[in-house]
Design a protein around this ligand. Structure first.
Ligand SMILES: Nc1nc2c(ncn2[C@@H]2O[C@H](COP(=O)(O)OP(=O)(O)O)[C@@H](O)[C@H]2O)c(=O)[nH]1
Ligand SMILES: [Mg+2]
Ligand SMILES: [Zn+2]
Length: 312
């Protein structure tokens, strides 16, 4: 009997739904029953050495309120803690989908931020949707910018949706998509991540506005990720992220994570090819023909230069 109990305990997987400091909340998803627990001593860890041993989305075994072990992660979104440091921080794990919320004005999301986020999703095969939020004011402020943005990212093969947490436009489409899934909502501070989650499920009443993030920064720094039950699925809200340093992507492989580059690169004369100066480079040819956008290509070159030599 004792043995059976132990078997049941270790087999019962919980998902980490919140992490602040040394405290964790876990729930046996898809059941929503957040329960506090702690981490004691050493736990069995798989994979990288990171600043946080356990991230929101991790599946863990729990015995008497203590986390025992972490299951191998299906995927995760990771970033370097700061640009200069090599310390890595897992943002969230075991995702079915990622939603990158952007605005092109108030605030302006840098396109390089978008590209870096997309690379991370590509590297772990996490389906990603780019959502242009605040469409109610974006169309008035930067309509040309939106047209071009959609051209570039839809041209690269990505889904680009539009939404407004204020008017409710486009919210139903997101609500349908997140049902039954664990999704990450990411993006820089102020684009409306929390407002959008509130619009998806008004009962949540998450804190929004400049103060909410300001408060989070002071109090919890960057570790404050939290999962909520939203419209039949589970959504991880995140504080604004400043930037991504790519990790676990080798220089020669950067183009693998630009799908539109990767698609044509098999036609390059040389292998390996950096797609910057080689003769008969299929990527440069596609760029010339406008099949690959200058914006995405410039991001590729910039990331290649920045990441070059850092990893092996
Ligand atoms: N006009 C407009 N304002 C919005 C929209 N979504 C969010 N906001 C405002 O943008 C600010 C930042 O929103 P918040 O949800 O806190 O952004 P977060 O930092 O990404 O979570 C708040 O003042 C919101 O009221 C939108 O769709 N339209
Ligand atoms: Mg927020
Ligand atoms: Zn090439």
């Amino acid at each position: 009997m004792k043995r059976l109990n132990r078997y049941l305990c270790t087999k019962m997987l919980h998902t980490v739904v919140k992490h602040t400091g040394s405290r964790y909340l876990v729930s046996p998803l898809p059941l929503w029953n957040p329960t506090p627990c702690v981490l004691r001593g050493k736990i069995r860890l798989y994979g990288t050495s990171t600043t946080n041993p356990i991230a929101v989305g991790d599946k863990v075994t729990v015995t008497n309120g203590v986390i025992g072990a972490v299951e191998p992660r299906k995927n995760y979104i990771i970033r370097r803690s700061t640009n200069l440091s090599r310390q890595e921080h897992i943002i969230a794990s075991n995702l079915d989908a990622a939603y990158l919320i952007v605005t092109l004005a108030l605030p302006q999301t840098p396109w390089e931020f978008v590209d870096r986020f997309l690379i991370t999703c590509e590297a772990y095969k996490i389906p990603v949707v780019i959502v242009i939020n605040k469409i109610d004011i974006q169309q008035k402020l930067v309509s040309d910018g939106i047209t071009r943005f959609k051209e570039v990212y839809e041209g690269a093969g990505y889904r680009v949706w539009e939404s407004s947490a204020l008017t409710g436009e486009g919210v139903a489409q997101i609500r349908d998509a997140i049902s039954g899934q664990v999704s990450l909502f990411s993006g820089i501070s102020g684009v409306g991540k929390s407002s959008l989650i509130n619009a998806l499920d008004p009962q949540l009443a998450l804190r929004t506005g400049i103060l909410s993030d300001f408060h989070l920064k002071g109090k919890h720094t960057t570790t404050f990720y939290e999962m909520f039950p939203v419209a039949g699925g589970f959504v991880i809200d995140s504080p604004g992220i400043k930037g991504f340093g790519l990790v676990e992507v080798e220089r020669e492989e950067v183009y693998h994570f630009f799908p539109e580059l990767f698609k044509v690169a098999s036609g390059c004369r040389y292998s390996p090819c950096t797609h910057t100066c080689e003769p008969d480079c299929a990527v440069l040819k596609a760029l010339e023909q406008g099949v690959i956008s200058t914006e995405r290509y410039q991001s590729y070159v910039k990331i290649l230069e920045e990441e070059g030599g850092k990893y092996r």
